[in-house]
Design a protein around this ligand. Structure first.
Ligand code: NDP
Ligand code: HEM
Length: 497
């Protein structure tokens, strides 16, 4: 192989890559060795801010294939024909830990999808759980603070976590899933993904239905138990990253089946809970899963930083035929993500190859740091104008829809939305196996044992009340495991119901 010269960033061949130019062999150094400065300056700027949440992640490119006709629900071109395919990207992540944290931490897992479609990029930025801890975006920063490090000790604090959860019982459903063995998945391949929010689908006749997206792992579900997850943290903190890369390099392309649940307006009105409440699922018996297609991951990007660290997913990125819903959490996320990307990556983050729509992007946005797409060349940079043929496209016009209320205000603790217990109860009593239930109790006992400090008893008792309201058997199991004095609990309970 013919050797090539190392060069400076400006392309000039370098003849001293490792030794600095100096006065005599022992130094000092000369300012004119600009390549020394280039090297050190480039190094100083290697880091961009890590994601404020979901900092530790792994990702791969793949292919999505439509296998079933859902044109009765959506006019999205991607779904217009069985057999349609598109390139896609999936980034998995943990939530609370930093970029170097262990992959097997007990945490929800991010499941962020980007479909490069001819209608534009569609991002479905979900988790491996169908629900979430809170139902109003205004709570998000407070909630996340409890999952990060304590402001004084700089350590993770079970006291903060359980204090917050016990004061926000709407978290119970998600906390139960988190505390089950699904809170420590065996890497990224053996877990499901969920769009989690309710979205809408609009068909060619402008008819709208509500929809939830599910991505079922073809590999099946496999989890670590608490002890094994703990052990793996020390043995291989990058277990999930390594597992994904090695599986794809072996040609074992992991696959997920995309399914949807669909609800019409009448069903939404009759639904016993708010269908736009992110702490609730739609039971499968009433809203069966409908097959749509599958995707498989078949390519680990050549460069992690370029394509995964700089990838930017946004719930705002929907395409024609897939729309928002009134879900307050979804609404809150619409502006939050592009804002985070502008801060983390820069104003032109959507021009990076991983984020760029491979089909034409045409508008009048111009300039800004690191513009690299030709910047519109000499074309007009204003609208309307007499020179180009860009226009607002009538074909993409959506149907206006009626809102349920015309009263604007703060509707805190939405009336009729305070049933925090029946769905976790169903999960515990009807869905989980005996082994799941045993592990759930021991995982909760292990996690709650970390609560400490002057408010320890109060926090434990308050959270126990929630477990009891969900299921007496569950509450008893946890109380016993924690060695709680039942008389104290009895005294505490009435004042906290
Ligand atoms: P179903 O029995 O029809 O569905 C139960 C679902 O629970 C399945 O999707 C299954 O996923 C999932 N599941 C199994 N074990 C666990 C676990 N340890 N943690 C989390 N999920 C698990 O019942 P319903 O649809 O009536 O729902 C009952 C309860 O199941 C809900 O209250 C909710 O807690 C949970 N659930 C429901 C989902 C839904 O969309 N309806 C989705 C996920 C959970 P899998 O197929 O992968 O085994
Ligand atoms: C990442 C905010 C709720 C899933 C992020 C990031 C922010 C954020 C700022 C970092 C983005 C970046 O720097 O690239 C919020 C806010 C929420 C919220 C304000 C509530 C209002 C949720 C929910 C889910 C979710 C409910 C899942 C159902 C994710 C995922 C990522 C992420 C998967 C990582 C995306 C990636 O891989 O790059 N969130 N989030 N978030 N969030 Fe949220």
């Amino acid at each position: 192989m013919k050797k090539k010269s190392i060069t400076t960033n400006s392309g000039c061949p370098v003849n001293h890559y490792e030794d600095s130019q100096s006065v005599g062999p022992r130094g000092p150094l000369l300012l004119q060795d600009f390549f020394l400065h280039e090297k050190l300056a480039q190094f100083n700027r290697e880091r961009i801010p890590e994601r404020v949440v979901h900092a530790k992640g792994s990702g791969a490119f793949g292919k999505f294939v439509v296998t079933h006709d859902i044109t009765q629900y959506t006019r999205a071109k991607l779904f217009s024909k069985v057999g349609n395919e598109c390139k896609m990207l999936l980034r998995f992540s943990t939530v609370g830990g930093e970029k170097g944290s262990a992959d097997t931490e007990r945490d929800p897992r991010g499941f962020a999808l980007k479909f490069y479609t001819e209608d534009g990029n569609w991002d479905c930025v979900g988790n491996n759980t169908p629900v979430f801890f809170i139902k109003d975006p205004k709570k998000f920063p407070d909630f996340i603070h409890t999952q990060k490090r304590h402001p004084k000790t700089n350590c993770k604090s079970p006291t903060m976590m359980w204090d917050y959860w016990s004061l926000n019982p709407e978290s119970l459903h998600q906390v139960m899933i988190l505390m089950s063995d699904r809170g420590t998945p065996y890497g990224h391949r053996f877990m499901n993904g969920y769009g989690s929010h309710t979205f809408s689908l609009v068909n060619a006749n402008n008819e709208r239905v509500w929809v939830k997206f599910h991505f079922k792992s073809d590999q099946g579900i496999k989890n670590f138990n608490d002890a094994k997850a703990e052990e793996m943290k020390g043995k291989d903190p990058d277990f999930a990253q390594r597992d994904l890369v090695e599986a794809i390099e072996r040609g074992e392309y992991p696959r997920w089946n995309m399914k949807i649940q669909v609800m019409n307006d009448e069903q939404a009105k009759a639904f016993p809970w708010n269908p736009f409440d992110l702490t609730k699922v739609w039971p499968h018996s009433d809203f069966p899963l409908i097959d749509v297609g599958y995707f498989e991951l078949n390519e680990i990007p050549e460069n992690y930083f370029q394509d995964i660290e700089q990838s930017a997913f946004a719930p705002a990125n929907l395409i024609d035929g897939i729309g928002f819903s009134p879900d307050k959490m979804l609404q809150g996320r619409i502006l939050a993500y592009p804002d985070a990307h502008r801060y983390r990556i820069g104003a032109n983050y959507e021009q990076l190859p991983v984020n760029r729509c491979p089909f034409a992007v045409k508008n009048y946005h111009r300039d800004g740091a690191m513009r690299m797409d030709g910047n519109g060349g000499g074309n007009p940079n204003y609208y309307p104008n007499s020179f180009d043929d860009l226009h607002e496209d009538e074909a993409y016009k959506g149907q206006p829809y009626e809102l349920e209320s015309n009263i604007a205000g703060y509707f805190d603790r939405n009336e009729n939305d305070n049933d925090h217990y029946s769905q976790p109860k169903a999960l515990y009593e009807k869905v989980m196996s005996d082994r799941d239930r045993e592990n759930l109790v021991s995982n909760i006992v292990g996690a709650m044992s970390g609560i400490s400090g002057p408010k320890k008893d109060e926090i434990i008792l308050r959270q126990l009340c929630h477990w009891f309201r969900c299921s007496e058997k569950l509450g008893m199991g946890i109380a016993r495991g924690l060695g709680v004095d039942m008389n104290k609990l009895m005294e505490f309970m009435p004042s906290h119901s």
